[in-house]
Design a binder for this molecule. Structure first.
Ligand code: PGA
Length: 250
């Protein structure tokens, strides 16, 4: 079983003052008591450099929230994966449901971004997850399957990608999937990864759960089979909560 990864997705929150303070707080905790899991924070792009400086010398890693599929070029406002690597990132989230809905990102675009991330030496965190309507219609597993098949990078990168299962209806709502639903979704994703990548490579991919993970539900979620960590939004903005989620890793 791989070591668990707890990733904080700060989304569009934080300024240099608050973001720097949060990062310094986490870094100080991680320096004085080695966490029992891998910790990653993904601040907004303008905070990557100051947050990276605050995390220096601590085991907390730095990630970004999106990247472009091209390594450079005429793409105003976009950020290329090599720039993220140059800023000190080890990971980048791609295909978050907010990007899929706000920016109309397709599986093919997400795959191209994931491939670009891997080519730049970053670990892509590829997000998948069904909407409430899709779950109610009994299509959750089919939707997850088609997103995994369509969004995972093909070919070799720096290492295995990470997959994040985030039911859209659980993100930022306070609703979480049941342990049974999470086990079913993660088990299905594991089977797909083994089929697509081969058994050993499929087993080496960490599958995170995301959607209203909080200190009071983290231990139950993190104990579910094939849950190799969590992608945490709201609760990653408070050092106490994010640290408590990390401390819930079995
Ligand atoms: P949440 O967000 O923890 O606030 O539900 C999770 C995510 O969107 O990654």
């Amino acid at each position: 079983m791989p070591r668990k990864l707890i990733a904080g997705n700060w989304k569009m929150n934080g300024l240099r003052g608050t973001g720097g303070e949060l990062a310094r707080d986490l870094a100080a905790r991680a320096r004085s008591a080695a966490p029992g899991c891998d910790l990653l924070v993904c601040p907004p792009a303008p905070l990557l450099i100051p947050v990276g400086e605050a995390l220096a010398g601590s085991p907390v890693q730095l990630g970004a929230q999106d990247c472009h599929a091209e390594p450079s070029g005429a793409h105003t406002g976009d950020i290329a994966a090599p720039m993220l690597a140059d800023a000190g990132c080890s990971h980048v989230i791609v295909g978050h449901s907010e990007r899929r809905s706000d920016h109309g990102e397709s599986d093919a675009e997400v795959r191209a971004k994931a491939a670009a991330a891997a080519a730049a030496g970053l670990v892509p965190i590829v997000c998948v997850g069904e909407t409430e309507a899709e779950r109610t219609a009994g299509r959750a597993l089919a939707v997850i399957e088609s997103q995994v098949r369509g969004s995972l990078p093909q070919g070799s990168g720096a290492g295995p990608p990470v997959v994040a299962y985030e039911p859209v209806w659980a993100i930022g709502t306070g609703k979480t999937a049941t342990a049974g639903d999470i086990a079913e979704a993660h088990g299905h994703i594991r089977d797909l990864l083994r089929e697509i990548l081969g058994r050993a490579a499929g087993d080496s991919v960490r599958i995170l759960y995301g959607g209203s993970v909080k200190p009071d539900n983290a231990a139950e979620i993190l104990a579910v089979d094939d849950v190799d960590g969590a992608l945490v939004g709201g609760a990653s903005l408070k050092a106490d909560d994010f640290w408590a989620i990390g401390a819930s890793c079995p």
